[in-house]
Write a protein that binds this ligand. Structure first.
Ligand SMILES: [Zn+2]
Length: 288
C-alpha cells in the first residue's frame, strides 16, 4: 500500500511541477486511527488488511527520499474536514462538523482551522456513538470496532446493504448507493432500512451539533447518506421550537421516506449509555 501511495505521490508531484507548482509538503489522509504526531496507524479495521501498525509518515518519507518532517498523515476524515474548512464547503467558518457515511461512519470537528483530534487522535468518530436504533430484537448490533449498538452498525454502507439483504431485498449493486436508488423508487424494504439508518445518523449528528454548536454541519456529497435538506449543509442545532431546521436526517428525509426503524424498538432510555508542527523542510524533489 505504501509503495502504491508513494508512486501516486510521485505522479501528482510531477504534474504539479509541470503546472508550475512547487510541492513543499506531502499530506496523506488515511483510513484508521492515525497518530498525527508520528504518522503511525494506531488501529484500523480490516478494510485494509494489515494496515494497523503501519508507519505511514516515515514509510512514505523513505520511499520519497524526504525528511519525515515534510510528510504528514492524519485520518482521512480529519483530512477531508480540514480541506473543506480550508477551501471547501466550510471555508470562512470558524467551526464546522463533517460527518462522512461510507464503508464506516467518520466525522471531524474543525475549530479555528484545526481538526479537534482528541487525546488519542480519535476525535469525531461519530460511528462509534451509541445509538438506541442500533438494536435488533432487543440485542445491540455488533460494530466493526468490536463494540455494539453503535451508529456505524446500522448506518454505514455495508450495514445498510446487509440489513437490506437480510430482510429479503436483492441489492443489484455492491454498496448502499443502489439501495438509496431503490428507496427513491418506492422499494419498501429499502425505505425501511434507510429510515432506520437515517434515524440513527440524525440522532447522533443532532446530538453532536447541540454539543459543539458548529457554524456549519454537513455530510459530503459522496456519502451514502443523503445530505440534509439536499443542499449539503444545515446550520446549527435547534429544538422543536426553533425556526431553524431540525438537526436530524430523519426529518430531512421527509417526505421521501417515513421513519420506521426495522430493528427492535429503540432502547428504553433515549440513549443507552452512555501534527506535528511544521519545521524547516525541503520541497518535494522532482522525480526523475
Ligand atoms: Zn463501533
Amino acid at each position: 500500500m505504501l509503495d502504491a501511495t508513494a508512486r501516486l505521490i510521485a505522479v501528482l508531484t510531477e504534474r504539479a511541477y509541470a503546472g508550475g507548482i512547487t510541492v513543499e509538503r506531502v499530506g496523506v489522509g488515511s483510513a484508521g486511527v492515525i497518530d498525527a504526531l508520528s504518522g503511525d496507524v494506531i488501529s484500523a479495521t480490516d478494510a485494509i488488511l494489515g494496515w494497523a501498525g503501519t508507519a505511514v509518515t516515515t514509510g512514505l518519507a523513505e520511499r520519497l527520499d524526504l525528511p519525515p518532517s515534510s510528510v504528514q498523515a492524519v485520518n482521512d476524515v480529519h483530512a477531508h474536514a480540514l480541506g473543506e474548512a480550508w477551501t471547501g464547503a466550510a471555508a470562512g467558518t470558524a467551526s464546522s462538523l463533517l460527518v462522512a457515511f461510507g464503508t464506516g461512519v467518520g466525522g471531524s470537528y474543525v475549530l479555528e482551522g484545526r481538526p479537534v483530534l482528541g487525546h488519542r487522535h480519535v476525535g469525531g468518530h461519530v460511528g462509534h456513538f451509541a445509538s438506541p436504533y442500533a438494536y435488533r430484537n432487543g440485542q445491540p448490533l455488533t460494530c466493526v470496532c468490536g463494540g455494539s449498538g453503535h451508529v456505524e452498525a446500522i448506518a454505514s454502507g455495508p450495514a445498510i446493504a446487509e440489513a437490506y439483504q437480510r430482510l429479503g431485498g436483492q441489492a443489484p449493486g455492491p454498496d448502499a448507493r443502489s439501495i438509496f436508488a431503490l428507496a427513491a423508487h418506492g422499494d419498501a424494504i429499502a425505505i425501511k432500512v434507510i429510515s432506520a439508518a437515517a434515524a440513527a445518523a440524525g440522532q447522533a449528528v443532532g446530538g453532536l451539533a447541540n454539543i459543539l454548536d458548529p457554524k456549519s454541519s454537513w455530510s459530503p456529497a459522496g456519502s451514502q447518506m443523503p445530505a440534509p435538506h439536499g443542499g449539503g449543509r444545515w446550520n446549527g442545532p435547534c429544538g422543536p421550537n426553533s425556526s431553524r431546521p431540525s438537526p436530524t436526517f430523519q426529518c430531512c428525509l421527509q417526505p421521501w421516506v417515513t421513519p420506521q426503524p426495522w430493528s427492535a424498538q429503540p432502547a428504553s432510555s433515549s440513549l443507552q449509555q452512555s501534527s506535528s508542527k511544521g519545521t524547516d523542510h525541503d520541497p518535494v524533489p522532482r522525480r526523475p
